[in-house]
Ligand binder design. Structure first.
Ligand SMILES: C[S@@+](CC[C@H](N)C(=O)[O-])C[C@H]1O[C@@H](n2cnc3c(N)ncnc32)[C@H](O)[C@@H]1O
Ligand code: SF4
Length: 408
């Protein structure tokens, strides 16, 4: 299958600005906009995202509230150029397409957008949702991120998914036909999944892939149904050695296939990286719209952290009552900002530009981290030169431990 590069696949909305869209302006700092839809048809047993099951949703009220939140938060970040809009969840493929269209138009009314504006929507592969793909594309979505999770029925049932293998394959085919770019997620390191089985699943995934794949190791998150089962003694993840071997296979196979890792769990053809997630990992500015969403915005030379009320009904009530559900808006001190830049940037294969880190820290990288840095470089978990500080593949595999040692 021929795969277009990201730069060649600008969606219809991005290449033909609608009436009222503000033209691109040189020299503005980039801004990414995240919009959270907190509802799902059912709760998956591994998931600790801010996602909830409700019998009915007042869609008109939710649309008004999300637009109001966007209008209010736009005041925090004027004079920017929007590079990405990301509808995440929850299950944003349950959103009314007209709501998605209205939010995209409102973003374009507030800011100029880059010619390569990326508009991603997360979708579940159930057939009912797939029926809406054409409407999302017509609304301006130019990248679909599908939660496939596994390609065989037993694994899908284990993961508590509502779709089967046939729906997964049909949704991928429809995504390919409906959007210039698409990606899908798989969860590996499932119980009893050996190297041979994962290799075979990866090969099939590669035969179905577009320009991007997200491959996550199953993690047991506190408070989830899997966490309760693990606490009762059920073994839900493989031993460390097997997990490490599966990670290695993933890195190697994807690199051979032309989609090398650019982040711990994310793989893309060159220049097809998810622009939105790069904004987080490069510690650029982003707004978080919707329940539980958080943002980082530079104002007066330093970053502000924003956090919205998490519970959907409380968020909605606050929007109706006060026009805002901002729970927290606080300046981030220099030490915390350095920590955040390091925690995000070391996830990326490209690492962190030394000059940017030193400018933020107002110190040399060697002085900043002292002997811990030297030890981690000697152990081949980090690499440092005059351009960048980066984690090696071994370092990315155990990033929590590396960060704990570096930031201690
Ligand atoms: C917000 S969720 C996806 C949205 C969409 N509702 C779906 O389920 O397809 C983002 C992705 O995170 C991954 N994920 C969530 N919880 C995980 C866990 N505990 N372990 C590994 N991957 C996880 C899944 O691959 C999921 O598709
Ligand atoms: S994995 Fe997706 S569908 Fe499942 S509960 Fe989480 S957000 Fe909802």
């Amino acid at each position: 299958m021929e795969i277009e590069s990201a730069s060649a696949v600008i969606g219809p909305r991005a290449s033909r600005p609608p009436a009222g869209q503000r033209p691109a302006v040189q020299g503005r700092a980039p801004l990414a906009v995240y919009i959270h839809w907190p509802f799902c048809r059912s709760k998956c047993p591994y998931c600790d995202f801010n996602s909830h099951v409700r019998d009915s949703i007042d869609e008109a009220r939710w649309t008004r509230a999300l637009l109001a939140d966007l209008d209010r938060q736009a005041e925090l970040a004027p004079e920017r150029e929007v590079v990405s809009i990301f509808f995440g969840g929850g299950t944003p493929s349950l959103m009314p397409p007209a709501t998605v269209a209205a939010l995209i138009e409102r973003v374009q009314a507030h800011w100029p957008t880059t010619p390569s504006l990326e508009i991603t929507l997360e979708a579940n592969p159930n057939s009912a949702e797939a029926e809406r793909f054409a409407k999302f594309a017509a609304a301006g979505v130019n990248r679909l991120s599908l939660g496939i999770q596994a390609l065989d029925l037993a694994a899908l049932r284990f993961l508590g998914r509502r779709h089967d293998r046939g729906e997964a394959l049909a949704a991928i085919a429809l995504a390919r036909a409906s959007f210039p770019r698409y990606s899908f997620d798989l969860i590996y390191a499932r119980p009893d999944q050996g190297a041979a089985a994962w290799q075979a699943e990866l090969d099939e995934a590669l035969s179905l892939a577009g320009d991007h794949l997200s491959l996550y190791q199953l993690t047991i998150e506190p408070g989830t149904a899997f966490d309760n089962r693990a606490a009762r003694g059920e073994r839900l993840t493989p031993d460390e050695e097997t997990a490490a071997a599966l990670f290695e296979i993933t890195q190697q196979r994807l690199a051979e296939a032309g989609l090398p890792a650019y982040e711990i769990s994310n793989h893309a053809r060159p220049s097809a990286e998810c622009r939105h997630n790069l904004a987080y990992w490069r510690y650029e500015d982003y707004l978080g719209i919707g329940p539980g969403a958080h943002g980082r915005v530079t104002r007066g030379g330093s970053k502000i952290a924003t956090q919205q009320t998490r519970a959907p009904e409380a968020w909605l009530a606050a929007l109706d009552r006060d026009g805002s559900a901002m729970e927290e808006m606080a300046p981030i001190g220099r030490d915390t900002a350095v920590e955040e830049m390091v925690m995000m940037g070391l996830r990326l294969v490209e690492g962190i530009p030394r000059a940017r880190l030193q400018e933020l820290a107002q110190r040399n990288v060697e002085t900043l981290f002292g002997a811990a840095l030297l030890r981690l470089v000697e152990a081949d978990f980090l690499s440092l030169d005059d351009q960048r500080l980066a984690a090696t593949a071994a370092g990315r595999q155990r990033l929590n431990a590396v960060l704990a040692a570096l930031l201690a």
